[in-house]
Design a protein around this ligand. Structure first.
Ligand code: GLN
Length: 190
């Protein structure tokens, strides 16, 4: 059974857990440094508020061990705020959190008020994947080793660099499990 660590500090983590359970994976909630020990097949960074999550990760002493794990090859899936935490640079913010993914992201790229919408687009090998955006970021630039998996209106909204997967949208808020299956495949073939 796959064992996935889900960061449960803030935001939409329960929906990820439900989806992973549906796919037969075991979830471990990470709220404190002490929870982030032992071996995991992968890690999920949920959506929410990246500034709050980043602060809680830093204050809780979890930022460094998580960064080290990712750099050592631990598969990670960041949704929305999680994508912001992974990026090496945020174009409209000074902060850098994990900074492991060769990418420049823009926070709240669709505006703060009217930034929520739903669409269906291609994600990697899959067509018509439902995508829920909630004040999401976009990728403004990705490195040469990063594979673009989805574009919406020409803007990159999902990408993978080695063991790191990031989506600007929330697949866990839909009934479609294919993005999570893609991530579990990444974790399996690590
Ligand atoms: N706007 C949030 C941020 O910048 C992300 C929103 C989300 O995760 N749904 O952190």
């Amino acid at each position: 059974m796959m064992k996935i660590a889900v960061f449960a500090l803030q935001g939409a983590f329960e929906e990820h857990e439900k989806m992973l359970a549906q796919l037969g994976a075991e979830c471990v909630e990470i709220r404190r440094r002490a929870h982030f020990t032992g071996s995991f097949d992968g890690v999920i960074l949920p959506g929410g508020e990246s500034t709050v999550q980043g602060r809680l990760l830093r204050e809780g002493g979890m930022l460094e061990p998580l960064r080290e794990g990712i750099l050592a090859g631990l598969p990670v899936f960041g949704t929305c705020a999680g994508m912001i935490l992974l990026a090496k640079k945020i174009s409209n913010d000074e902060a850098v959190y994990l900074g492991t993914m060769s990418a420049i992201v823009r926070r709240n790229a669709y505006g703060r008020q009217l930034g929520s919408f739903f669409t269906k687009e291609t994600f990697g090998p899959y067509d018509d994947v439902p995508m829920t955006f909630i004040r999401g970021p976009i990728f403004e630039w990705v490195g040469e080793n990063t594979e673009v998996l989805s574009r919406v209106d020409g803007k990159i909204v999902a990408a993978r660099e080695g063991n790191m997967l990031a989506t600007a949208f929330h697949p866990e808020l839909t009934a479609d499990t294919r993005v999570h299956e893609y991530f579990l495949d990444m974790a399996k073939t690590r």
